[in-house]
Each structure stands twice: as structure tokens, then as C-alpha cells.
Design a protein. Structure first.
Length: 283
């Protein structure tokens, strides 16, 4: 069943609280009075793009609706060492319960946003957009994809439910690329669904077959080298959206974009990142 973004975020926060707090924060309960009030700040310790401040607000609100947050920065801001993103104050027990959850989310999201921004900047001045993939941390996908957008990238499909993507295994199991496309079109017709269809191609010959059948939205060029990519873009000639994928690195990203493709999907946006260093410290 399809979930909205807000539903997924709510469930993720609920699970994160359950796995971290369990039946109580016994470290805080054992040495700090329940009535104690305090204040903390989110300190940036590494340069990059900050993300997750809006999610931090939701976590604080879920832990304790009386916590008060003074926001100094917004998601997407370029930050440097020593910047303070926000202050938060209220019951010390609540602050300490939220501390690690907020840091885990913001460090991860900021790492993704920073990485996405590096790729997006590499494409500056070109029409090509960099896309994320489904290569995400289980359970964290919606937050990581939010972070990609914050960093300047674009989202591919969120999951298996919001787009039909006929990859090589679908094509092989369905008995060929023409068969796979026609079956997908029939399925959408019978189910009354309005989903875009993307088809992964492995050769110029497969592209020709896709174009003959028609009725798809985007053609993926899987593991094409630069020469074949240029030939494919020329053949497709704007009749379908084009997406390059497979083995494209930061160093070769712009070369592929200059071939004229509309999108380049890069798994590294979400699965080869380093979290941005930050801390939530008592004042």
C-alpha cells in the first residue's frame, strides 16, 4: 500500500524512538531530576550542506511538545565549522532523549545533501539533472531522498509503487523487451492506473525496439559508453526522456551530461556518503 511522505516520516520517527528509548532513558532518570530545565545547541563541526532541521523539529515535538526551538539556519544552507543551526530548550530529560535521534538523522541527511550538491554543481549550466536511486538505507529512504532534493539533486521513483521501471531482469523474465512493454501497458489499462513507464536498454537495437512499440515515458541507457550514449540520444531525438545509468562517476558525470541526456542516475548519492559531523551540546 502506498504511503505518503508524512506517513513514512512519522513511522520512522516512531520506530527510532522505540529502538532507542525502550522502557526509559535510565542514564538520565538515574542522575537528573525530572523537573530540571536546560538548553542545547546544534553545533556544526564540518563544512557542507545542512539538512534535517525540519525533521529535528518533528522529533523534538514527538518527544516533548513543550520543547522550544530557536532556528538560526534552514535546510539547504551551506554551513562551515562553528555554525549553530538552532537552540532548543526545555526539560533536560526530553533534550537528552532526543539528542541522538536528532543527530543520527541530521548527520546522515546532511551527508547525503552535501554529496548531492557536489554532483549537482558538476552539472551547472547543463539541462541534465542528477537522480538518486533505490540504493538507500532500509527505513531511511524518504529522509535520504528529501536530503537529495535539499542538496540540489532530483528524486527518481520513491519505491516500486509509483512508477513502472522495466529493468533487464523484467525484460528477460517477460520474454523480451517488446513483450515486457506491452504487458505493462495492458496491466495499467486493466488496473486503471496512471503510472509512467521507464525501460532499461542495453543496446542500440533494444532502443529501436522500444521506439517501435512506443507508449513509454523514459528510456534508460544502461552502461553505455560515451560514444554509444551520443548515438542513442541522436536516435531518440527527444521523442522520449533519456537517462544514463551504470558506472558513472563524479569524474565522468559532466561528460555524459554533455551527450545530451535528460537525467543521470547515481546510486552513490545515497549509498556512498559520509555523515556530516555535528554535535548537540548543553549550554
Amino acid at each position: 500500500m502506498k504511503n505518503s511522505s508524512s506517513d513514512l516520516v512519522d513511522k520512522l520517527i516512531e520506530l527510532a524512538i522505540l529502538e532507542d528509548i525502550g522502557d526509559g532513558d535510565h542514564s538520565s532518570l538515574s542522575c537528573i531530576p525530572a523537573s530540571e530545565q536546560g538548553k542545547m545547541k546544534l553545533l556544526v563541526k564540518q563544512e557542507g550542506i545542512i539538512a534535517g532541521i525540519e525533521i529535528a523539529k518533528l522529533i523534538f515535538g514527538r518527544i516533548d511538545g513543550e520543547l522550544k526551538m530557536e532556528q538560526l539556519l534552514t535546510d539547504g544552507a551551506h554551513v562551515k565549522v562553528g555554525d549553530v543551526a538552532f537552540f532548543v530548550e526545555g526539560r533536560v530529560h526530553s533534550l537528552l532523549q532526543a539528542e541522538r535521534l536528532v543527530l543520527n538523522v541530521m548527520q546522515r541527511m546532511s551527508g547525503v545533501a552535501t554529496q548531492a550538491n557536489v554532483y549537482a554543481q558538476k552539472l551547472k549550466g547543463l539541462k541534465t539533472k542528477v537522480l538518486d536511486t533505490r540504493k538507500t538505507t532500509p527505513g531511511m529512504r524518504i529522509l535520504e531522498k528529501m536530503a537529495v532534493k535539499i542538496g540540489g539533486g532530483e528524486n527518481h521513483r520513491i519505491g516500486l509503487y509509483d512508477m513502472i521501471m522495466l529493468k533487464d531482469n523484467h525484460v528477460d523474465f517477460a520474454g523480451g523487451i517488446e513483450s515486457a512493454i506491452k504487458k505493462a501497458q495492458d496491466y495499467l489499462r486493466v488496473k486503471g492506473r496512471d503510472l509512467k513507464i521507464e525501460v532499461e536498454t542495453r543496446s542500440i537495437d533494444e532502443i529501436r525496439k522500444v521506439m517501435e512499440v512506443g507508449g513509454v515515458h523514459r528510456i534508460m541507457l544502461d552502461n553505455f559508453d560515451l560514444e554509444k550514449t551520443r548515438a542513442a540520444v541522436e536516435l531518440i531525438d527527444g521523442k522520449f526522456e533519456t537517462e544514463s545509468s551504470g558506472g558513472i562517476t563524479l569524474e565522468t558525470l559532466r561528460d555524459y551530461a554533455e551527450c545530451g541526456v535528460d537525467f543521470i542516475s547515481v546510486g552513490a548519492l545515497t549509498h556512498q556518503i559520509k555523515s556530516l559531523d555535528m554535535s548537540l551540546k548543553a549550554i
